[in-house]
Design a protein around this ligand. Sequence first.
Ligand SMILES: N[C@@H](CCC(=O)N[C@@H](CS)C(=O)NCC(=O)O)C(=O)O
Length: 210
Amino acid sequence: MIDLYSVPTANGQRVHIMLEETGLPYEPHFVNLRGGEHLEKSFLDKNPFGRVPAIVDNDGPNGEPISIFEGHAILAYLAEKSGQLYPDDLGVRTQINIWMSAVSANLGPAFAAQFWFTTLAPERSDMAIERYISEAHRGLRALDLLLSNQDYIAGSEYTIADIHAYPVAATSGARLDGALTPYPNIRGWSETIRKREAVKRGMVLFTDAG
Ligand SMILES: N[C@@H](CCC(=O)N[C@@H](CS)C(=O)NCC(=O)O)C(=O)O
């Protein structure tokens, strides 16, 4: 059994979708960030950075429990464990790794900073807000360009790279003024993914919590 520790944000949703897609049995645990649960010792034992999502696979390698954090690492682990959504072909895998890294390093942090400066910062900074909105658009433009030539991020097949990027478009992208209007290829791709039953289940997990 896998224990999932998460919240209903883009970072969490990609892991919820992946668990639903693979059909691996899991038990969901909502982490109350406002209440500081992510900074308690019991959670830091799972992720010393004190961030969700994290999973604990009680039946990990050699039958030992393993804690995993960072969405990219969790998706890769679940794909390897289940043998799904991460094709062996080196070219396809490389394309998956490029785009998962790009989403983790560029798009994800741009939206995280945009959210922080827009809604949480004690003082308003228009320069910071503009900077991170512009970085978010830069990432979305790149993804839209990629999807102008192919159905999915790694080519013709739905993979963990799509699961990694989808909530950034569906949840974080929806926060921008005009949402995804300038990105017809992301909208088309997103619409196809949205219809998957596992995606529907993953996207609503915890939405009525806390
Ligand atoms: N790079 C991490 C980002 C995780 C992250 O920033 N999670 C947020 C919630 S969406 C969090 O735990 N924030 C609490 C904090 O930073 O104190 C990932 O991809 O999993």
